[in-house]
Write a protein that binds this ligand. Structure first.
Ligand SMILES: Nc1ncnc2c1ncn2[C@@H]1O[C@H](COP(=O)(O)OP(=O)(O)OP(=O)(O)O)[C@@H](O)[C@H]1O
Length: 249
């Protein structure tokens, strides 16, 4: 279980959010959506204890697999060492990673399709490649809670598909609580059970993903007209924005 209860965060006299409550039990996956600067990352950080909350409570286990939005701090480490860092919490203060920890890290790199980068320097990878490596690091923790901040943002379509398949596989096994932020409502529709919409005005909207991630609510969220389109031959549908300038057929 992970979440926030009646939480508020203020920076100076600016309130980012107040009275924010949600919880994600083991076995469920929740997507958080909202405009730029609305407080999604702050909510994740508050939940994990990296950001002080002014009111309310947070709930999270001691070890969480966390994929932050940007990562530059592991500068000159090799990829395998970055992933092994995910094992650190289980090693104790002076513990050294063992062969078993490297094996878990390699397995995680395989699962995210990044095994070929194992010996490369993390800071020499592209943004998308780094994102995959950080996902592997989160998985290598073995935690039953995964928190991902825009995990698909830098990924090409094939790797978005890989990410969604991977997270859906983890969700199907129903032994993890997964929380992720995204700017792509289709990612939420694809793999989330529930969604939290941090609306630009007023309290957040939360509920079952099919009830919350609708064109009407998304229009309120982003101020852009949205509609569902049927994806011919697949039986699937996607929600799309009607951007200004988009050509009419
Ligand atoms: N440490 C800080 N001090 C002051 N303001 C901050 C701090 N951290 C974040 N903010 C502000 O809080 C607001 C919310 O930031 P946050 O990163 O949570 O937004 P977000 O919803 O994740 O945005 P995006 O979609 O652009 O990633 C922003 O306006 C940001 O500038």
């Amino acid at each position: 279980m992970i979440g926030l209860s009646t939480a508020s965060v203020r920076f100076g006299n600016r309130t980012i959010f107040e009275n924010l409550s949600f919880s994600v039990p083991k076995g469920e996956c929740m997507a958080i959506l909202g405009p730029n600067g609305r407080g999604k990352t702050t909510a994740l950080r508050a939940m994990l204890g990296f950001q002080r909350i002014d009111t309310g409570q947070r709930r999270a286990p001691d070890i969480v697999g966390y994929v932050p939005q940007t990562a530059t701090s592991q500068a000159s480490y090799r990829v395998i060492d970055v992933v092994v860092m995910g094992r650190a919490a289980g090693l104790g203060l002076f513990g050294q990673p063992k062969a078993e920890d490297f094996a878990v890290a390699r397995q995680a790199l395989e699962r995210v399709g990044a095994a070929r980068f194992e010996a490369e320097r993390f800071d020499h990878l592209s943004g998308g490649e780094r994102q995959l490596v950080l996902l592997a690091r989160a998985m290598a923790t073995g935690s039953d809670v995964l928190v991902l901040d825009e995990p698909g943002a830098a990924l090409d379509l094939a790797n978005q598909q890989r990410l969604l398949t991977l997270l859906d596989g983890l969700r199907q096994s129903r032994d993890k609580a997964i929380v992720f932020t995204t700017h792509d409502p289709n990612h939420a529709l694809a793999i989330a059970d529930t969604a939290l919409l941090m609306l630009p005005d007023g309290p957040a909207l939360k509920g079952k993903v099919d009830e919350v991630v609708t064109p009407e609510h998304l229009q309120r969220l982003y101020g852009v007209p949205m509609c569902f389109v049927a994806l011919e031959g697949t039986g699937q549908r996607a929600v799309l924005p009607a951007f200004a300038g988009a050509r009419a057929a």
